[in-house]
Design a protein around this ligand. Structure first.
Ligand code: AKG
Ligand code: FE2
Length: 379
């Protein structure tokens, strides 16, 4: 039997990806079926994102609208975050993943009700045709109990609040490094929210009410080189993000690929200092599909380890996302209004079926799953 190369394994008639609780498929188009679509990811310079000139902000918003609607992906440069912060954050990731297995396992995701923490190699499988995702990851996110988060004093503290993050034992430097980056990337992501609000609703503050203490997730990722003997290798299977917007910091090793409308994988090479950003499924719904949550995957075909750090931003769990009237216009309204937290919980439990929280609620009908499950102890 021959050994399938990555190209053989994935150059088939249909591309499988995850964009909901079950896999979806997209046909790879040929000949007369081919559509006009993108072949590269545009770069936007955000130096003027907070300009006092409305005309300048609107011009930038127009560029952003164009790439979000045509590609669903863009590179962000001129974000103002010092290169030293980016470099030191990536060094901390590398140092974390080089820790011994037992230390990393002190923060195993299965110990945490909110499905955060360390996830060893091969625990997820986004592409049903693959052997599982060849990556290890560490996730943290919004947690009103952690002082670093500066939980707004005007917001209520839920009675049932329990820690949402879990940290590895004996590695305080890791928490410090991740929070340092968090405090840079989060404000920039909120600047993007306001620019998108401006371009969609003509009001920078149109979405402020949905982002009072939003769902955030920061996922550190390590993709070792493809094991030579492995068939159907993938680093992270094809998927659309269940976020509003995602910002990814890549190290110097390229591995990210983005699916265009013809079913062709377009590489997202590394642009030093720039984030790769993409529209998630909440923003897709919010814009009535004008901004697509473009499918992407990661395959490390180099001989080096690859590290990346994704920052996921999703509105407040109690917010409602429905297609904006400005986006629907005279056309068909494609999505129902959804409660952010309810959709989130359905997606995350479906993606982590072996997690104790997912097991505990496996027989609960989907419509009864509520976001506050993540605040309940799994003990
Ligand atoms: O590692 C990357 O470049 C992308 C990661 C990603 O797509 C994700 O975590 O959703
Ligand atoms: Fe993603």
């Amino acid at each position: 039997m021959s050994t399938a190369t990555t190209t053989e394994a994935f150059s088939e008639e249909f591309v499988a990806f995850h964009a909901g609780s079950k896999p979806s498929y997209r046909k790879v188009l040929k000949g007369a079926e081919l559509k006009p679509t993108f072949n590269e990811i545009p770069v936007i310079d955000f130096t003027d994102i907070d300009s006092s000139s409305l005309a300048t902000r609107k011009a930038l918003g127009k560029l952003l609208y164009q790439t979000c609607s045509e590609v669903g992906f863009f590179y962000a440069k001129g974000h103002g975050i010092p290169q030293s912060v980016l470099d030191e954050t990536l060094s901390a990731l590398k140092k974390f993943f080089e820790l011994d297995h037992d230390t990393k396992m002190t923060a195993h995701l299965h110990k945490n009700p909110a499905i955060r923490g360390y996830e060893p190699m091969g625990e997820t499988k986004l592409d049903p045709k693959s052997n599982g995702d060849t990556k290890e990851a560490f996730t943290m996110g919004d947690d009103l109990l952690e002082l670093e988060q500066n939980y707004p004093s005007n917001l209520p503290i839920p009675a049932n609040a329990i820690p949402q993050n879990i940290w590895p034992a004996g590695a305080p430097w890791f928490r410090k490094a991740l929070y340092r980056y968090y405090h840079h990337v989060f404000p920039f992501a909120m600047q993007l929210v306001r620019l998108i609000a401006l371009v969609l609703c003509d009001d920078d503050h149109a979405f402020d009410d949905m982002f009072k203490f939003p769902i955030t997730g920061m996922r550190a990722l390590h993709y070792p080189p493809r094991p030579v003997e492995m068939k159907n290798y993938i680093g992270l299977g094809a998927h659309a993000d269940f976020t509003w917007i995602t910002l990814v910091l890549q190290d110097s090793v390229p591995a990210l690929q983005v699916l265009n409308a013809n079913g062709v994988w377009i590489p997202a090479p590394v642009i030093p200092g720039a984030f790769v950003c993409n529209v998630g499924q909440y923003l897709e719904r919010h814009t009535n599909g004008i901004f697509p949550a473009t499918v992407h995957r990661v395959a490390n075909l180099t001989g080096d380890s690859r590290y990346s750090l994704a920052f996921f931003l999703t509105p407040d769990p109690d917010a409602v996302v429905e297609p904006l009237k400005e986006c629907v216009g005279e056309s068909e309204r494609k999505y129902d209004a959804i409660n952010v937290g309810d959709l989130y919980i359905r997606r995350i439990l479906a993606a982590r079926q072996k997690h104790p929280t997912a097991k505990k609620y496996k027989d609960t009908p989907e419509q009864e799953l509520k976001y506050d499950i993540l605040f309940k102890s799994i003990a």
